[in-house]
Each structure stands twice: as C-alpha cells, then as structure tokens.
Design a protein around this ligand. Structure first.
Ligand code: SF4
Ligand code: SF4
Length: 374
C-alpha cells in the first residue's frame, strides 16, 4: 500500500514520518538504572529476524523516511547490524547508530564504515570513570568507551556524545562538556534522565534537586556561549522541575515510528506502557498501514486535546506534552501532561520532586537474564 493511500474509512494520509527508530534488541552489556527500555524486556528469541528487518527498511525508504536510528538495548548485540545499516544506506536514509560503545572494536568499526554508517552517538554514564562503570554496572566500560571515540574519529565519522544526568553526576556537567570539546565532538547531549520505564522505577535514586538542575543549566548556558559555532550542545531537563512540558517526540506519531525488538510499532519507545492500545506489528502490517493506524492517530495533532490544552496558544508547540508521563502520574493518558503548570495535576510533579531532597536508595539495575547473540 502506498503511503498516501488512506485505509478505507480513514481521513487523508498524514505526511510520512521523518525518522525510523529501530530498536533492534533489548540485550545490552550495561544495566543502567534509568534505561528507557520497558521493565518487561523482550528476549532474543522474540526479536524480529533479519529478513523482516530488511523488508521494514525497504518500506521505510519507500515511505519517504529520511533518517534511520539503530538503537536498543545495544544494537551491536545483533550480528546482522551491518547488513541492516547497509540496506538503510542503500535506501537513501541517513543512518545513525546509538551505542554504549563497549563492543565497538576495530573490526566492528571497519564493518560499519564499509556498510555506510553516517553518524555514531556514543553514550556515557558519567565523566568520572568509576562512577560511569558503577551506574552502568559494567567494569571497564569507561575505558572501552574512550577507545571507541578514537575509532569513530579514526573512521572520519561525525560524533555525538551523550551524557545522562542524574543526582549523582549533576555536578560534573562542566567536566563532561570539557571532555566533549577535547574529543572534538560535533555535538553533545546533556540529557537529564526522563522518568519512564527503569527511570521511573529508580526515580528516588536519580532525581536531582532543583538547585542541582539550576546549576547544570547555568553551566550549559555558559558553554553554549563559549562554544558557539564549534560544538552543538543539546540540553534536556527533567519534567519534574519544569513549568511547561517538552514537545515529546515532536508530537504523538507526527515525526517518528519506533519499532520494538519484536516488531511492535509505537509512537515513542515508552508508549508500550499505555493500556487500551492495539499497537500494530510490522509482522502483520506495512509501515504505511502502521502510520495511518488508529493507535497512531489517537493523539496525533490537536483534535484529541482537552482543556487547558485545547484553547492554549502553545498547543502546536508542545502538543500537550507526553502521553506516557500523563499516564504514569495520573493513570489517564488523554489529559494534559502534569509537567505543565496549567494542568490541575501539576501538584503531582511537585510532590514527586520532593524525593530529590532525601537520601538516595540503591539502584535497581536494569537486567535481562541472558545476553546471547543472534
Ligand atoms: S540506557 Fe544503558 S542499559 Fe539501557 S540500552 Fe542504553 S546502555 Fe544499555
Ligand atoms: S496547557 Fe497544554 S498546550 Fe498549553 S502549555 Fe500546557 S501542556 Fe502545552
């Protein structure tokens, strides 16, 4: 079915997605307590096979998708990663690998380069090596990540470094930015933990105080001035200290299709937590059908919005915030994100933020029983 052919009884098709987020696997050698993967991780045996992924990539290219983000879990746990990258590149899509970097050895780097990878985003848990390894629960991870940077630079690829910020490392944002500058990264993401999935489970151990957030914001703003034109700095704050929500995924099902390891199609990686949805699978539906499915249309645009969003002049800027956060905090995905101070539920954010002022409980690490390769 063509992307512009509406299903029977449906309105005219929405413009095609800009990006495909291919969550190839939930397997990962790290165990970050804020991982955005669901609490119920999918096993290797449930993963989509190579043939189906290749078909999905062909469909994405035909649909007009511009970017393909290979992620996980750790996408390098898939033996067929280079074949998938090659197919996406042949389809004309910009290919991005989002990796922890701990398995990016010389051979893997050469194979990815040969397959046509365009960009690599490498995540760090901290700039302090011991803390980096503690948060990911993986001894030696920092040293491996540092070596991976040299391989990426050696391959001549653009590099984004990603640092995830939480209460234990919020005071080191300046050192993270200095490191990114020294590594000549084109871009760095200073991204506070988003509290879904494992992050929500570990919220009391991770949420920074308002003062920590303000300090890190000041450091980022100063660096943006100093490094203007040299390095792009993206900054993501935690909603718990915000007065307005972020534009989650650029609006529900407006720019991205996220595909889980087993082939389930979601408007964002956390949407699986929402009850009452029948999310389509690429095993049984084409991407064009997925894009026009009821699950993808339910919160698309502004027609679904209740007050105060419906009459708000920011409704096409933040699209009412995050449906998953609304559900996580209130049990109702169809209302204004409580991160918004105009929401009658905004007090729930303030109550949760109090957790940041008490002693941190131990991490509950994200675990998947087996780390097999397929
Ligand atoms: S957040 Fe950590 S555990 Fe989750 S996929 Fe990324 S590196 Fe792995
Ligand atoms: S009321 Fe709705 S649209 Fe307006 S700022 Fe809040 S979340 Fe955004």
């Amino acid at each position: 079915m063509n992307a512009l052919t509406p299903l029977p009884g449906l309105p005219a098709a929405f413009p095609p997605p800009m990006g495909l987020i291919a969550e190839l696997t939930h397997r990962c050698p790290l165990q970050c307590p804020y991982c955005s993967n669901p609490l119920a991780l999918e096993s290797a045996s449930a993963e989509l096979d190579t043939e189906n992924w290749l078909r999905v990539l062909d469909e994405a290219a035909a649909l007009g998708v511009l970017q393909c983000h290979f992620t996980g879990g750790e996408p390098m746990a898939r033996r067929d990663l280079t074949a998938l990258v090659r197919r996406a590149a042949e389809g004309g899509m910009y290919t991005n690998l989002i990796t922890s970097g701990v398995t990016l050895d010389d051979r893997a780097m050469a194979a990815l380069k040969d397959a046509g990878i365009d960009h690599i985003q490498l995540s760090f848990q901290d700039i302090d090596p011991a803390e980096n390894d503690r948060v990911g629960n993986h001894a030696g991870a920092f040293v491996k990540k540092r070596a991976a940077i040299d391989r990426i630079r050696g391959a001549g690829l653009p590099l984004t470094l990603n640092f995830v910020i939480q209460r234990h490392n919020a005071g080191r944002v300046g050192a993270m930015l200095d490191f990114a500058e020294a590594m000549q990264a084109e871009r760095v993401e200073i991204a506070h933990v988003q509290y879904y999935g494992w992050g929500l489970k570990n919220r009391a151990a991770l949420l920074p105080t308002r003062a920590q957030l303000d300090d890190s914001t000041d450091v980022v703003e100063a660096a943006r001035v100093r490094l203007r034109g040299k390095m792009v700095i993206d900054y993501v704050v935690p909603d718990y200290h915000a007065s307005r929500p972020k534009s989650c995924m650029g609006g529900w099902a407006q720019r991205f299709i996220n595909i889980s390891p087993s082939g389930k199609c979601l408007p964002c990686h956390a949407a699986e937590t929402l009850p009452g949805f029948d999310f389509p699978s690429v095993r049984t539906h084409s991407l064009a059908e997925v894009w026009e499915s009821e699950a993808f249309r339910r919160y698309r645009g502004t027609d679904w919005m209740p007050e105060p969003c419906r009459s708000c002049d920011r409704r096409e800027l933040d699209w009412g915030g995050c449906r998953c956060e609304a559900f996580a905090l209130t049990g109702d995905a169809s209302i204004t994100d409580p991160a918004c101070e105009l929401s009658p539920d905004h007090y729930l954010m303030a109550e949760a933020a109090l957790e940041s002022g008490v002693a941190s409980p131990p991490f509950i690490y994200r675990r998947l029983k087996a780390l097999a390769r397929v």
